[in-house]
Design a protein around this ligand. Structure first.
Ligand SMILES: *Cc1c(COP(=O)(O)O)cnc(C)c1O
Length: 241
């Protein structure tokens, strides 16, 4: 017994629930759901789940570790082609080490986690051989604590200028993970301020990546354009990774 049919039904039900919760949050915030991109964060889950989500119309997939992501992206790319499905876009949402840049630029469409001038420069160098520029978000640490990754607010302009100076990169916007003791709405309100200031300098930087399974309604209320949703779609991951 493979359980594949059961899994497909489970993913379809989860997706329907998440989509209706997104619609409700949009209604409450006076926003159009079409402004939002749902990214299914598939870390720890197999390529078969990505394929099933692609069948259900999910076009954007997120991963947080290069080793897992690069293998999964290759597997999904060939399966998608074999099944005549649209290719999916890969979002790299985890902490990025400079020695992984060369790998990530091969499959990623948008890297959400650039948080230093050094990383921006390394990613730019790695992306030089791509046939089109790599989209990049600045991960912002709204509380300035570097533990989770993210540039402190005082560094955002410098990181932005380095990304903009790299011909192989396109500065698309900002990302955050709400820090634990904060109310998510407070974190996302602060990110919205950072996003607005960045857009004043770089009008093309329109992406606001905010909101996970536990806080996406608050993110929608504060102007998120990209939601990164894992467990609400795929189920609870095994702890301790
Ligand atoms: C895992 C992860 C998510 C998704 O988290 P869920 O709580 O499972 O929705 C979003 N963003 C980042 C950076 C992640 O690592």
């Amino acid at each position: 017994m493979t359980g594949t049919g059961t899994r497909a039904a489970e993913l379809a039900a989860n997706l329907a629930t998440v989509r209706s919760r997104i619609e409700a949050a949009c209604t409450a915030a006076g926003r159009d759901p079409a402004e939002l991109t749902l990214i299914a964060v598939t870390k720890t889950y197999p390529a078969a789940d990505v394929l099933e989500l692609a069948r259900l119309g999910v076009r954007d997939v997120g991963e947080n570790r290069d080793q897992e992501a690069s293998a999964k992206a290759a597997e999904v790319a060939s399966a998608v082609a074999a099944h005549g499905l649209e290719p999916v876009r890969w979002h790299f949402v985890g902490r990025l080490q400079r020695n992984k840049c060369r790998s990530v630029v091969r499959y990623a469409d948008l890297v959400h986690s650039v948080d230093s001038v050094r990383l921006a420069a390394a990613l730019g160098a790695a992306a030089a051989g791509r046939d089109r520029p790599l989209g990049v978000l600045i991960q912002v640490s709204v509380d300035g604590d570097p533990a989770r990754g993210g540039a402190p607010l005082s560094e955002v302009d410098r990181v932005a200028d380095e990304i903009a100076a790299q011909p192989s990169l396109r500065l698309r916007g900002v990302m955050t993970v709400a820090p634990m003791p904060w109310r998510p709405g407070d974190a996302f309100a602060r990110l919205a301020g950072v996003a607005e200031a960045l857009r004043a300098r770089y009008p093309g930087a329109t992406v606001v990546s905010a909101g996970m399974s536990g806080d996406f309604a608050e993110a929608i209320a504060h102007g998120a354009t990209h939601l990164r949703i894992g467990s609400a779609l795929l189920g609870n991951r095994a702890p301790l990774r």
